[in-house]
Design a protein around this ligand. Structure first.
Ligand SMILES: O=C(O)C(=O)C[C@]1(C(=O)O)C=C[C@@H](O)C=C1
Length: 362
């Protein structure tokens, strides 16, 4: 991007504070010399800043390879309160997520020893010796679970002093084996991001709390890495979306669209992805099948499907499909455009949520 020294750099907001994984994704997608990278507290704040035009782009987590969808983000795309009608996806970024357990050094807590009797969970001892998870209840084979999964990471010190864990809810689900083996029964507090968790632990001078966070957050907050690589799978990866505000000319829902403006797909459908949400008449047998068949009809490969509550009626849903292909503005034809036009006949409402370059195809 060319820089005019006279004009301020465009703002990109991301789920902060700094050192969150979303921050890493933002640095992957935007150069800090061309953009002002601004942390905000919640994913909602990212959407709000882009919708209001305060920021040029936003970066939000969307999906983790082992723990699935980030439901907060899906709900913001579902937009049941009609707060974010113009938000669309315009890019993606994949970040390898290696979680660490961060805390204060053991010596910090030397004057507050905790006895074994204070422990719960079987794998924690207070002597400074790390009990092997292989001998803890968490990984003992039973007839129901003859081959329990064992953590590959081991703590570098005694975790017996840890009474409270902080992290983003997505992280718990990515570190189940380690947490179950070494910190079973320890109270968990959900916070807005993993870097916020590290910040809170740094502020807690009792030394009794720990965060599931990144090694970068450890450095920034002066915390010790008590265990490294505690995620269940070595290939743990989170996908992030870059979002922007739809321009006036860009239309994309069944209620407001001028159908002539629906654009055209270019060559190389596989190099692009598109996100669409739609709702159906749940009382009508086949309405979901017919909606999905529209994509098949135009040869579009669906790569994922998600649902969230519709907010209208219990057990009614808003469906999200991701497909390979691109919708472009101002051009008449193309399979994505045709599929979207055909959706009018079969679903209740739909919304185009963006088309972007497929980073996995590079
Ligand atoms: O908490 C962070 O650091 C984030 O950027 C959020 C988030 C997520 O929501 O998935 C991002 C990556 C990890 O999967 C865990 C948490």
């Amino acid at each position: 991007m060319s820089e005019d020294p006279g004009s301020p750099k465009p703002i990109v907001t991301f789920l902060g504070p700094v050192a969150s994984y979303t921050h890493q994704a933002t640095l992957d997608a935007f150069s800090s010399s061309d953009f002002t990278l601004t942390p905000v507290v919640t994913i909602d704040d990212v959407f709000a800043s882009v919708q209001s035009g305060t920021s040029h782009r936003g970066v939000v987590p969307f999906e983790n390879s082992s723990n699935g969808s980030v439901v907060f983000t899906l709900d913001l795309f579902a937009d049941l309160q009609h707060k974010y009608p113009d938000i669309i996806v315009c890019g993606e970024s994949y970040i390898a997520v290696q979680h660490c357990l961060l805390g204060h050094p053991d010596s910090h807590h030397a004057s507050h020893p905790i006895s074994v009797s204070e422990r719960t969970g079987g794998s924690r001892v207070g002597s400074g010796v790390i009990e092997s998870p292989l001998s803890s209840g968490a990984v003992t084979p039973t007839s129901a679970i003859p081959n329990p999964q064992k953590p590959t990471a081991r703590p570098v010190g005694d975790l017996a002093r840890i009474k409270k864990l902080y992290s983003h809810p997505q992280a718990w689900g990515q570190c189940k084996i380690f947490l179950n083996a070494y910190l079973k029964g320890v109270e968990r507090q959900d916070v807005s991001s993993t870097s916020r968790a590290a910040q809170l632990v740094a502020e807690d001078l009792t030394g009794e709390s720990a965060a599931v966070s990144s090694v970068i957050a450890a450095k920034i907050h002066g915390l010790e890495v008590l265990a490294r690589g505690i995620e269940d799978r070595g290939d743990n990866t989170t996908r992030f979306f870059v979002i922007r505000k739809r321009a006036e000319a860009e239309v994309g829902d069944a209620t407001s669209v001028d159908r002539k403006e629906i654009g055209k797909d270019e060559q190389g459908e596989g190099d692009w992805k598109t996100l669409v949400s739609f709702t159906i008449d749940h009382a009508n047998p086949g309405s979901l099948a017919h909606s999905l068949a529209v994509f098949e009809k135009y040869g579009l490969n669906l790569t994922s499907i998600n649902t969230r509550p519709s907010g209208v009626e219990n057990w009614n849903y808003i469906f999200f499909v991701e497909l390979k292909g691109r919708r472009e503005e101002g051009i008449e034809d193309g399979p994505v455009n045709k599929a979207l036009k055909s959706l009018y006949g079969v679903c209740r409402s739909w919304r185009w949520l963006g088309s972007w370059e497929n980073r996995l195809a590079r």
